[in-house]
Design a protein around this ligand. Structure first.
Ligand code: SF4
Ligand code: SF4
Length: 113
């Protein structure tokens, strides 16, 4: 998971509204970033999808991650998503890109099927 966390830091955090512009996270430590909080599941899901359409990633991530997230209500409503306060939702394309890059490197090195 370290390589994935490093890729998120390199490709997402530096561009995140909640960073200081060079990738240092400024959110309240009591309020964990949704990308960091759910990263193992996000990695598993992104690596299981093969699609050129971001909509396919959105659909599976909402089904799996949002369904387990404490911010989402039982009827599927998420105030953080509505207010653009969720880093995963805001930077989904960057997150998918960062994860896919690590996976490609692992495949090249023979570390992943
Ligand atoms: S909120 Fe998440 S994505 Fe944004 S800087 Fe913090 S750790 Fe990175
Ligand atoms: S969009 Fe809402 S429910 Fe989904 S991960 Fe973000 S905060 Fe959680």
């Amino acid at each position: 998971m370290l390589a994935y966390r490093q890729a998120i830091h390199a490709h997402v955090c530096g561009r995140c509204l909640d960073s200081d512009g060079v990738g240092n996270c400024r959110i309240d430590p009591a309020q964990e970033c949704t990308v960091q909080q759910h990263l193992p599941l996000i990695v598993e899901i992104v690596n299981s999808v093969e699609s050129n359409s971001m909509n396919d990633y959105v659909r599976v991530l909402r089904n799996a991650v949002c369904a387990r997230c404490s911010f989402q209500t039982v009827n599927g409503y998420c105030m953080a998503r509505m207010n653009l306060d969720c880093a995963l939702d805001r930077y989904l394309a960057l997150v998918v890109g960062a994860i896919s890059e690590v996976k490609e490197e692992e495949v090249k090195k023979g570390l992943s099927p």
